[in-house]
Write a protein that binds this ligand. Structure first.
Ligand code: NAD
Ligand code: TDX
Length: 335
């Protein structure tokens, strides 16, 4: 099987490429990534020289480049490439629309033109909006995105649906909850807090710190996508979640405890505008229909993640370049 994986130099995409090369050593992977601030070839060091992996630096909004890649006998496209950070989407929504909406449409068009057998869109639970204290998002929940990020992801999802309904393209959409694990860029909650705690810097908790996320170890997300590629039914959406609800303070306190750092590092800062209160996923469909089960317990997964960041300080140093420092000055300046 020949896969075109987009965004494979980012957090989940790089974990997925490594997972697939190990699990299916006979598959060929073309990994296309524009190497934005979030894309990092160092994430792929362990597979350097693997003859079944080809990296191509290109932008998914470049129709000619995508068409040329897809016509090289690609069977399946898995689209991870996206602008992925909610806070950045509040500062600069335009690039989110360009990559997450237009980029998805460009890939769909290439898939349709060159007879790709399946298109998997890696989406997010955030397209469903927010929950109150109870309830879970199912695949039937209405799309009610609240941030420029989540609305751009919802826009991409709707185009995927339309290419199935209108042109009969074989598509699947996965909607996963918050991932954590190695290689996550330190703008997201868990790696940011690990990084700041290690450097004895303040840990900026938004609002009252009681917003709830459902955390899933990245390798469990990869196994879900692998199953969807092989067993997903045409046009179906599959929710993926860990059944691990934690509020942000619980997450941050556990990191401090694991690192032996004081709780006095926690600083409450101004809330994120439009901050979704709670996400929780009903993943019973993918379990029932495709046999997916998460393997990692949150407690051990988070410890493994912290150990990875402790063991890879040079990775952290290199990804937190000058541009990273500029972003943080803008992001936290009025908070
Ligand atoms: P990430 O920001 O770490 O990686 C995104 C990758 O896409 C980067 O390598 C970047 O260089 C690349 N990219 C961005 N714009 C591009 C473009 N125009 N052309 C080609 N490549 C481009 O993101 P992530 O956390 O790994 O998320 C991957 C996907 O999974 C996204 O689609 C995201 O919406 C989705 N998702 C993420 C989570 C999560 O918790 N991180 C949860 C559910 C779904
Ligand atoms: O400094 C911070 N302080 C803080 O309190 C940061 C960066 C975040 N938070 C809060 C906001 C959220 O309630 O922590 C929670 C998690 O924040 P993020 O790591 O930014 O993730 P989230 O907004 O939940 O979105 C993530 O999960 C769904 C990914 O970034 C998305 O790509 C994915 O679709």
């Amino acid at each position: 099987m020949k896969l075109l994986v987009t965004g494979g130099a980012g957090f989940i995409g790089s974990n997925f490429v490594m997972y697939m090369l190990e699990k299916h050593p006979d598959y060929q992977i073309i990994n296309v990534d524009a190497l934005t601030y979030a894309g990092n070839l160092e994430n792929l060091k362990s597979i350097e020289g693997n003859a079944n992996h080809t990296f191509v630096k290109a932008d998914i909004t470049d129709a000619k480049a995508m068409s040329e890649l897809v016509q090289q006998g690609v069977d399946v496209i898995v689209n991870f490439a996206a602008e992925s950070h909610v806070d950045r989407s509040i500062l600069e929504p335009d690039v989110f629309v360009k990559t997450n909406v237009l980029g998805t449409q460009v890939l769909l068009d290439a898939a349709k033109r060159h007879g790709v057998t399946k298109f998997v869109q890696v989406s997010t639970d955030e397209v469903y909006g927010t929950l109150g204290e109870t309830g879970l998002f199912t695949e039937e929940s209405p799309l009610q995105p609240n941030s420029p990020y989540s609305s751009s992801k919802a826009g991409g999802d709707l185009l995927v649906r339309a290419y199935h309904e209108t042109y009969g393209l074989n598509v699947n959409i996965t909607r996963c909850s918050n991932n954590y694990g190695p290689y996550q860029f330190p703008e997201k909650l868990i790696p940011l807090m690990i990084q700041n705690a290690l450097n004895n810097k303040q840990l900026p908790v938004y609002g009252d710190g009681l917003n709830v996320r459902d955390w899933l170890f990245v390798k469990d997300h990869c196994s879900a996508i692998d199953l969807v590629i092989h067993k997903g039914q045409p046009g179906e959406v599959y929710n993926v979640g860990g059944n691990n609800e934690r509020n942000n303070l619980q997450v941050v306190r556990a990191i401090l405890e694991e690192l032996g750092k004081p709780e006095s590092l926690i600083t409450y800062v101004k809330d994120r505008p439009g901050h979704d209160r709670r996400y929780a996923i009903d993943a019973s469909k993918i379990t029932r229909e495709l046999g997916w089960q998460p393997e990692y317990q949150y407690e051990s997964g988070i410890k493994e993640t912290i150990r990875w960041y402790l063991a890879n300080p040079e990775w952290m140093e290199r990804v937190t370049s000058g541009a990273y420092q500029d972003y943080f000055q803008t992001q936290y300046k009025d908070r």
